[in-house]
Write a protein that binds this ligand. Structure first.
Ligand SMILES: [Zn+2]
Length: 306
């Protein structure tokens, strides 16, 4: 049994004719309703400014609150769009990611959580909206978990096709949070080379354009799984499905079951009876998103049933 934090509210974050669209969350919610209704479904709570400012400058947070339009769209950058109801989605996406930590703390358990949120957060910097995201959902949740004192070492695994520059920058000087990312390179946002190592806590796995399933698996194993030899007491996935071969935004050619494989190999090596929090990032082909996520969730369900 896994816990799925999701809300119909994400359908109100209107981005117009943009790949990070309302359609995405409809597809995700359909998958949940078709395949995962017997799991524990939880509505997210809204994060307050104190939570968001764990990883974002308060001036930036205030600026975002003040920039939400009464009608039409505001552009934080050419790709990052707000409409009148967007703020609630931003706050629920952070809030739900933090709810997972509170649930684990309150129940003293090793639960498995999937946060079906939008927009994605891994590009959001401490003082800058970027790449469809305004607040960094995973980073806020991980910092909150660390501050609780219950977790000493946290691993964030990001298999979205884009490098999570925001998450890396927020934690690159923090030896208690490891960030491991596979991503097309060179590609947006430009970061994610081998030589970005932080304080020994950053593990980048650049993937060449047109990388297929077998190359992905051997590169991921070599640069992430085999390189990290640390015990963690909480594991996050920044779960993006835009490395799928159908995705229109990138040119990595993963199959549906690569998302099962990448989840499984991380859980088998690093997750020894520890809680897991997976947070939705990208994925812009609706079929690729549905089947990639279904495969990721299958591996999470198997881990939770062990
Ligand atoms: Zn992405």
């Amino acid at each position: 049994m896994i816990n799925i934090i999701f809300s119909e509210e994400y359908k109100n974050h209107d981005t117009g004719n943009h790949p990070e669209s309302i359609e995405r969350i409809k597809v995700v919610n359909n998958l949940i309703k078709e395949e995962y209704l017997k799991h524990n479904l939880i509505e997210p709570n809204i994060a307050d400014k104190k939570i968001i400012s764990l990883v974002h400058d308060i001036e930036y947070v205030n600026k975002i609150y003040d920039s939400i339009p009464n009608s039409g769209f505001t552009y934080f950058d050419p790709d990052t769009i707000a409409s009148p109801n967007s703020l609630k989605s931003y706050l629920l996406a952070v809030g739900g990611s933090v709810d997972a930590v509170n649930y684990i703390l309150d129940n003293n358990n090793n639960g498995v959580f999937f946060c079906a949120h939008r927009p994605p957060g891994h590009h959001a910097e401490c003082n800058k909206a970027m790449g469809f995201g305004v607040f960094n959902n995973v980073a806020a949740s991980a910092q909150y978990a660390l501050n609780s004192g219950k977790f000493k070492k946290i691993l964030i695994v990001d298999f979205d096709v884009h490098h999570g520059n925001g998450t890396q920058n927020i934690f690159k000087n923090n030896p208690d949070v490891y960030y491991a990312s596979s991503h097309q390179f060179p590609f947006y946002p430009g970061t994610g080379s081998f030589d970005e190592v932080g304080v020994g806590n950053i593990f980048n796995c650049p993937l060449p354009s047109e990388c297929d399933s077998s190359s992905f698996r051997s590169l991921f194993r070599k640069n992430i799984v085999d390189k990290i030899d640390t015990k963690f007491d909480l594991i996050y996935f920044s779960a993006g499905f835009d490395a799928h071969k159908l995705d229109p935004l990138a040119s990595i050619n993963l199959d549906d079951d690569d998302f099962y494989w990448v989840t499984k190999i991380i859980l088998e090596k690093f997750a020894n009876n520890v809680p897991i929090i997976s947070v939705l990032e990208g994925g812009y082909d609706m079929e690729g998103l549905y089947h990639g996520l279904h495969n990721h969730l299958k591996a999470l369900v198997e881990y939770s049933d062990e």
